[in-house]
Design a protein around this ligand. Sequence first.
Ligand SMILES: C[S@@+](CC[C@H](N)C(=O)[O-])C[C@H]1O[C@@H](n2cnc3c(N)ncnc32)[C@H](O)[C@@H]1O
Length: 333
Amino acid sequence: MASSMLIRADNIKLTGLGFVGSEFHTQKSNLSYSKRNLGYKCVVPKCGMSSSSARPVSQPRFIQHKQEAFWFYRFLSIVYDHVINPGHWTEDMRDEALEPADLHDRNMIVVDVGGGTGFTTLGIVKHVDAKNVTILDQSPHQLAKAKQKEPLKECKIVEGDAEDLPFPTDYADRYVSAGSIEYWPDPQRGIKEAYRVLKIGGKACVIGPVYPTFWLSRFFADVWMLFPKEEEYIDWFQKAGFKDIKLKRIGPKWYRGVRRHGLIMGCSVTGIKPFSGDSPLQLGPKAEDVKKPVNPFVFLLRFILGALAATYFVLVPIYMWLKDQIVPKGRPI
Ligand SMILES: C[S@@+](CC[C@H](N)C(=O)[O-])C[C@H]1O[C@@H](n2cnc3c(N)ncnc32)[C@H](O)[C@@H]1O
């Protein structure tokens, strides 16, 4: 079983602690990290990113754009299931992360946003009939891989944008998105869309990365894409109007709970839609459009730098795996 910890935004609750160096405090509905344990202090309002906040120059996040993400997955889709997932997103992690989504009824209507090759959808269809599940992604190359998977044959497969979902308001019982938020230029807009498409009482489950605290990992994370802080997820959910927000920590079991290098799949955040209709949050027009022309040289440079930074995170799980093999069991790594 992958290590996990559950955090409630309003009433913090920890379960199944498998991670070292973690300590949380509540301040009203805020989370703050202990400086002693995690190397920085951060309280929700200071860290919360609004959809309009400019990206700091020190955090260029070269692949956190739709065009770059499109081309990134044009190539990555070839090896995604076999090379990327085993280091970051294993079947036991997936099942741990989907558990708070509470997929208890085979007739539930589920949307898997940024569903890619259908790795997470394979976990969903264990609990829900495939004909009730829609896989949405902006990458036709990723979706082509999902189409080949026998258990997903009856799923609806849709090309689309997580920030502008082609589903009616009050449509789904569950909204699941795993490992996609890090590429959305405006995560708050994506979470607001999650709220809109859910039925009253429906649940959103967003699984995604967590920000590193170790300086080198932080540098490469900032060059690559968005690694949100845990309190940012909670802030986005709260602003979108979700209630009963919970955050469960996940991670590969050979990390022994280490989170200082960040995690590509580091938490599963859930929230319930309390009222029908659209989110109470008002946002301006979308920041980015994939159809907008870009300067090809700037694009190529961004793409290469982003992809190089991503390579660092292919190596981290191998490094952690070696440490896990070498350091005696029960000792911190
Ligand atoms: C790391 S993969 C995750 C795939 C899958 N959910 C899984 O668990 O393996 C991220 C996916 O998000 C998709 N994506 C990125 N930005 C998107 C957006 N704005 N709208 C829809 N899909 C997006 C990518 O094309 C890619 O397939």
